[in-house]
Design a protein around this ligand. Structure first.
Ligand code: HEC
Length: 309
């Protein structure tokens, strides 16, 4: 190493970085092959090459090791019925999805940004939403004696939380916090495709991969070891509307519900988009025509200079 450094310094002194200052004005040198260089320069160039190649190799290896392991699967693109440019959400699917959330996911996951009133006109009628809200006891108060009391839920109440606080949630789930599901499809890469794949993708770990006690193998989850036990299976619940509750049907419905929760303006947005396109397809040609009309005099005039005689 010391020899290399010496060689590098010597060649720098000899002007490696400004090689042709003397000869340049007289024209470029004819032969610039590696073998014609002096020994010091050869050593310096080789050192540089080795350093650059080594650095690039190291960077590549680091990048590979930081990247997700090769067991990770990317979710495919599923043909969601609301995937099209102008297609709305399937609202009976949203309704079934709420039933799945309420009967399955709500045992562990909060949805703290959703209130019962949000369901009105989307998946339930006002009377139905009221009846659902009244099934829950909500802590309210203080009353005139300064005490807290519980009362049946109202439309304006937010979805109840399964645990009193995040510490209790962690304690009940092996230390893992079940994330809030209100915006989960926007919060995860792949959106509902990812959530669908996660829910239906549990399988046995491949030979040679061992999973810690309390974790489950899922190829779609980053790191492949997820703390959520497989939450759904065939016939996990009975749908009110009689739809057969297969595993993929349940996953699809809850994903549609979660898409609505994360993007309640979904249908309005697409309807507005359609209106904007229709109106602007009339207005834009009209405005363009008027602009050409107004400017036609100025744009087609000719200015001539007639010198005085
Ligand atoms: C038994 C409790 C439990 C139930 C029931 C449950 N989950 Fe989970 N879920 C968890 C826990 C714990 C985590 C955190 C996992 C982790 O970080 O390893 C989690 C994580 C998730 C995640 C986030 C994964 C990620 O990429 O970070 C999603 C999405 C999810 N659950 C959806 C659902 C849905 C939808 C249902 C209902 C069908 C459901 N869960 C039911 C406990 C549960």
């Amino acid at each position: 190493m010391a020899a290399l450094c010496l060689g590098l310094r010597a060649s720098l002194r000899r002007g490696l970085l400004e090689p042709a200052r003397a000869t340049w004005p007289a024209g470029p040198r004819a032969s610039m092959s590696f073998s014609s260089l002096s020994r010091g320069r050869k050593m310096a160039l080789s050192t540089l090459g080795v350093l650059v190649a080594g650095g690039a190799g190291l960077a590549f290896a680091l990048q590979r090791s930081v990247e997700a392991s090769e067991l990770e699967l990317h979710p495919p693109n599923y043909p969601w019925s609301h995937g099209g440019l102008l297609s709305s959400l399937d609202h009976s699917s949203v309704r079934r999805g709420y039933q799945v959330y309420k009967q399955v996911c709500a045992a562990c996951h909060t949805m703290e940004y959703l209130a019962f009133r949000h369901l009105v006109g989307v998946s339930h009628t006002e009377a139905e939403a009221k009846a659902i809200a009244e099934e829950y006891d909500v802590l309210d108060g203080p009353n005139e004696e300064g005490e807290m009391f519980t009362r049946p839920g109202k439309l304006s109440d937010y979805f109840p939380k399964p645990y009193a606080n995040t510490e209790a949630a962690r304690a009940a789930n092996n230390g893992a916090l079940p994330p809030d599901l209100s915006y989960i499809v926007n919060a995860r890469h792949g959106g509902e495709d990812y959530v669908f794949s996660l829910l239906t993708g549990y399988c046995d770990p491949p030979v040679g991969v061992s999973i810690r006690e309390g974790l489950y193998f899922n190829p779609y989850f980053p790191g492949q070891a997820v703390a959520m036990a497989p939450p759904i299976y065939d016939e996990i619940l009975e749908y009110d509307d009689g739809t057969p509750a297969t595993m993929s049907q349940v996953a699809k419905d809850v994903c549609t519900f979660l898409r609505w929760a994360a993007e309640p303006e979904h249908d309005t947005r697409k309807r507005m988009g359609l209106k904007v396109i229709m109106i602007s397809s009339i207005i834009i040609p009209l405005v363009y025509y008027m602009k050409r009309h107004r400017w036609s005099v100025l744009k087609s005039r000719k200015i001539a200079f007639r010198p005085p005689k």
